[in-house]
Design a binder for this molecule. Structure first.
Ligand SMILES: CC(=O)SCCNC(=O)CCNC(=O)[C@H](O)C(C)(C)COP(=O)(O)OP(=O)(O)OC[C@H]1O[C@@H](n2cnc3c(N)ncnc32)[C@H](O)[C@@H]1OP(=O)(O)O
Length: 429
């Protein structure tokens, strides 16, 4: 099913010279109080060779009706490995032009480009939950939002007291390499076991994404201080970091400061305990709110009373299989598996049909087309949901979205597709 733009509309590549038009359109799609000039002063994360606009038939010079971009993730973490993926982002349609099929046409354009570039996956963060399922994206990961009261008790971890602490102004120049190194290492082996990675723990792979992450323009402060960083070190080597901003409010009863913590990332439990110990004891603060954390993050085990942190679940990554064969062969499985999967895919017919997946537990596998009857049948959307190992095929079957044709196949496949580490990205793209 390939959609086309409405009559008279045309798609065109956008380069950096169109930045003002892009930010103007973006501010129409995502209302924001900040002036266009202030927005233009921020570091742009956009990949200029993968950014596209839609122009209406009656457009004034430079005026955009819609846009989208796609980050080039060469090393998108999948269970037990990495694959190229397109990270769909900055999707926006001007309110004047909505609900006439422009997003649908842009999705088709993006998926076709992913296929041409050899990216077997597409991934995104959804602005609204209901938008992307119809296009074959499945909700593949959740994350936790916490509000942890100051002084909340943490369980002890041996070695935590061996760490020293640095608290500094955060900058790319001073901390860029340190943060990139710890972030990547923490995703590659959260338990210290090589190969047992965190799927979806995508890194900021381009210089533009790096610059945007570190950008500390006043626009992003919203009444809070400039960016700071807490680093915990052991024997002089950095083992964990958290970039944060504090905001101080006074009430009759005293100070009510909030700590907006960005990523809280550590290389082992002792470093995590040391880092959270600092965050939960900052003077004049009353609550620490990490932006988002994986659902199985170490802190969920360290909190003596997790309820006190008011945990809430949010959807994290959505995944779309662009090339079912390459995607299924490109990840590892947590149990031996030999299953024929019957896939429906109305958008990308090359994915539709039966695929035989064979793999040994935590080893290499293959996925080939077959004429054999399917053991399991499902839509490509469900395959995307299960792909990172955080949503089980059994849960999808319970909801009527996966059909078992061969008795026993669901249990075996569900165990194999699951992954010991919960998936999720630590930042929103
Ligand atoms: C990965 C990211 O960048 S997420 C950011 C997404 N952007 C935003 O949320 C900004 C504000 N919203 C917008 O810009 C637009 O409304 C968009 C991009 C969400 C939708 O664009 P449109 O061009 O109106 O979508 P289009 O006309 O192709 O709609 C296709 C289908 O999706 C449905 N749809 C579109 N938006 C939504 C929504 N927010 N919630 C539920 N359904 C939606 C339409 O109803 C339509 O359904 P139908 O085929 O059954 O008729």
């Amino acid at each position: 099913m390939t959609a086309h733009l409405p009559p008279g509309y045309r798609l065109e590549p956008l380069d950096e010279s169109r930045k003002r038009d892009i930010y103007d359109l973006d501010a129409w799609a995502f209302p924001i109080a900040t002036s266009l000039d202030d927005l233009l002063a921020t570091a742009s994360p956009l990949p200029w060779d993968r950014t596209f606009g839609v122009v209406a038939p009656d457009a004034r010079a430079g005026e955009l009706a819609a846009m989208y971009a796609s980050y080039p993730f060469q090393r998108f973490p999948v269970p037990g490995g990495e694959l190229p993926a397109g990270g769909l982002t900055w999707v926006g349609v001007h309110p004047q032009h909505r609900r006439r099929g422009i997003l649908t046409a842009m999705i088709d354009d993006d998926l076709a480009r992913c296929a041409t570039r050899g990216e077997p996956l597409a991934a995104l963060f959804a602005a609204e939950y209901a938008i992307y399922g119809r296009f074959g994206y499945g909700r593949a990961a959740d994350d936790l939002r916490l509000e942890i009261p100051r002084g909340t008790a943490l369980r002890d971890v041996a070695g935590a007291d061996q760490h020293t602490v640095r608290i500094e102004h955060a900058s790319q120049e001073a901390h860029g390499e340190l943060v990139a190194h710890i972030h990547r290492a923490a995703g590659r082996a959260p338990t210290g076991v090589e190969g047992l990675n965190r799927p979806g723990w995508v890194t900021r792979e381009t210089p533009e994404l790096q610059a945007s992450f570190w950008d500390d323009s006043p626009v992003w402060r919203q009444g809070r201080e400039s960016a700071r960083i807490v680093i915990v070190e052991r024997d002089g080597a950095p083992r964990g970091y958290c970039r944060l901003r504090r905001k101080l409010d006074w009430e009759t009863a005293g100070p009510r400061g909030q700590v907006s913590a960005g990523e809280v990332v550590a290389l082992d439990a002792a470093a995590a305990r040391a880092l959270w110990g600092v965050l939960l004891d900052l003077d004049l603060s009353s609550v620490v709110a990490p932006f988002l954390i994986p659902v199985d993050d170490v802190v969920t085990q360290l909190l003596v009373d997790r309820r006190a942190a008011l945990p809430r679940l949010a959807d994290n990554l959505w995944v779309r299989l662009v090339d079912v064969g390459a995607a299924l062969a490109g990840r590892r499985y947590a149990a031996d598996v030999d299953v024929v999967v019957g896939v429906r895919d109305d958008r990308l017919p090359a994915n539709a049909g039966s695929w035989r997946l064979q793999a040994g537990a935590f080893g290499n596998g293959s996925c080939e087309r077959t004429d054999a009857p399917a053991d399991l049948e499902l839509d490509v959307r469900e395959l995307g949901a299960a792909y990172l190992g955080g949503v089980t095929l059994a849960a999808l079957a319970a909801a009527g979205s996966v059909t078992e044709r061969t008795p026993g196949a669901l249990a075996r496949a569900a165990a194999a597709f699951a992954w010991p580490i919960a998936p999720g990205a630590s930042w929103v793209f």
